[in-house]
Design a protein around this ligand. Structure first.
Ligand code: GAP
Length: 508
């Protein structure tokens, strides 16, 4: 798994997906740039989300609110007082960690140990293996899982009670050591606010303190009534938005999984009070189906219902994905009650109510939110798609089996050789296709090497123009995933590409 993750990181750089930000100055921690292929993949994921949320729902509209917002926004939302993580330093290595993550990682290790026992037994008993019975009776597995649950439960209780001394005591009792140095010499646990501060104004005296938004959601809440009125929206309705968010994460690691500058794709769905659980379940299912539609394996997703709820929620669940470092949160679905709208009413003194003609009542709507990190989705897609295949002739190939709807480049067009007018025909094909698809021309190296280059870059189709093309206007189309080749007419290429990236086929 670790090896695979390292390959994902190096492949991202080699094939123009992701670069470290300001690399020539040794980079900036947990900040990344999207390169020529990465920017396309990111755009395609955003578009896939936008279409499914906005175009597929008559009662959802878009918004693009500013990153900078009035500072009172963050007082009202609770972020100034409560948007913090518990941090702990190791006195010997001087490394800083999130105390809750140290305990969660410890719990995950116990889980992995239990899974290893299960896998061993499965191998030993073969067909007759009853996994459920083994998990509930094998003393070692029972103990690993019970210890895991106990650690997580105590962590949640102490965090809920804001008992940071107990979080430290738990770390010490579990014998958790600094992953860098192995030392168990810890400081006390402290809360650390994650918002980045900045200033608005020309001189130091007159400047106003602002924050870079830590979530896009608040731009939606403060615009709730503007959108409702100008769009004549009736409840239930939603507002969708994609855009940058910033968090001064204490421990930013695992590549683009946890970044300091990242992009969110969020949708706030405004509902009648009392109906929120119905919609919460609807959106849990709808969002999971969106993930499954990409065909990255149903077994790679699972729900994790929150026990410890954020200050604004009455129910919350994560959709977790099986990343190369285990199952982790990919998307959150939160029932946020009327917390945000009520708070903005209180702090702004402006009414943010909706008059519901069906029940003849004025009320503050409840909100169900779906919130996914675009970069995290990018990592899920990239890490799942990168595969090493052993071929029949004994060689291996590196292939990026991206869903074709998301692939940066849809087709690469090659002349077989750089003479006899084949280049001109290949260029003509590019000229025709470029209006509808992102396609590229490549004439460098032998055609076999060109195929491999495009496999590794994730291009689903390669089109080769050869001497036969001049006689009968046909080309060879090669499919990335199967490596099969077939002869088709030039006039059929466009239809082939169209079918492979039909939103209707992918989303329905
Ligand atoms: N408005 C609700 C909200 O922001 P969240 O669980 O804090 O909820 C939602 O974030 C999603 O944003 C997460 O599921 C994750 O995909 C993404 N996300 C959060 N912090 C991130 C970070 N530091 N780097 C990358 N993605 C992040």
């Amino acid at each position: 798994m670790e090896d695979h993750f390292k390959k994902v990181v190096s492949h991202s750089k080699e094939y123009g997906y992701i670069f470290q930000s300001s690399e020539i100055y040794d980079g900036l921690s947990a900040v990344y740039d999207y390169a020529q292929n990465g920017v396309e993949l990111k755009k395609n994921i955003r578009e896939y989300w936008w279409r499914s949320m906005v175009y597929m729902h008559q009662n959802i509209v878009g918004l693009d609110a500013a990153i900078l917002m009035h500072p009172t926004t963050w007082k009202a939302s609770g972020h100034v007082d409560a948007f913090s993580d518990p941090l702990i330093d190791n006195k010997d290595s001087k490394k800083r960690y999130r105390a809750d993550v140290l305990v969660e990682d410890y719990a995950e290790k116990l889980n992995i140990k239990a899974q290893k026992e299960v896998a061993k037994a499965k191998k030993r008993f073969g067909e007759s293996f009853d996994e459920a019975q083994f998990v509930s009776t094998n003393p070692r597995v029972v103990k690993y899982l019970a210890d895991k649950e106990a650690a997580l439960k105590r962590l949640n209780t102490s965090l809920e009670k804001e008992d940071l001394a107990d979080v430290k005591a738990l770390i010490e009792e579990l014998g958790i050591a600094c992953p860098e140095s192995g030392s168990k010499n810890w400081t006390d646990v402290k809360q650390f606010n994650l918002m980045f501060g900045t200033k608005l104004g020309a001189s130091a005296e007159s400047a106003t303190d602002l924050y870079l938004r830590p979530e896009t959601a608040q731009g939606i809440f403060v615009n709730f009534l503007n959108v409702q009125k100008s769009g004549r929206m009736k409840i239930p309705f939603g507002i969708a938005q994609t855009g940058k968010a910033f968090r001064n994460e204490i421990v930013a690691r695992q590549f683009i999984f946890r970044m300091r500058e990242f992009e969110q794709m969020e949708m706030q769905f405004f509902v009648r009070p009392g109906e929120e659980m119905k919609w919460y379940n609807y959106w849990k299912e709808t969002r999971l189906n969106w993930h499954l539609s990409l065909g990255m394996g149903d077994e790679n997703y699972r729900f994790h219902d929150h026990e410890k709820l954020a200050h604004y929620a009455n129910a919350a669940a994560d959709i977790e994905f099986n990343f190369p470092f285990g199952f982790k949160e990919l998307e959150g679905i939160h029932s946020r009650t009327d917390f945000d709208l009520k708070a903005h009413e209180e702090f702004s003194g402006k009414k943010l109510k909706f008059f519901d003609p069906e029940i003849n009542e004025n009320y503050t709507p409840y909100v169900v939110e779906t919130s996914i990190g675009l970069d995290r989705m990018f990592l899920a897609v990239l890490s799942h798609s990168l595969q090493e295949e052993s071929l029949e002739d004994g060689s291996t190939r590196t292939v990026l089996k991206l869903p074709s709807i998301l692939a940066p480049v849809k087709a690469a067009i090659f002349p077989l050789v750089k003479k006899d007018g084949l280049q001109e025909i290949a260029h003509d094909i590019v000229e025709t296709l470029k209006w509808d698809y992102n396609v590229i021309y490549d004439e460098k190296d032998a055609v076999g090497r060109r195929y491999r280059r495009q496999d590794a870059a994730g291009t689903p189709f390669c089109i080769t123009v050869d001497h036969q093309t001049k006689e009968d206007q046909t080309v060879t189309i090669r499919y990335r995933d199967t490596m099969k080749q077939e002869r088709i007419a030039i006039s059929e290429i466009s239809e082939k590409l169209k079918i492979s990236i039909s939103y209707k086929d992918w989303l329905s």
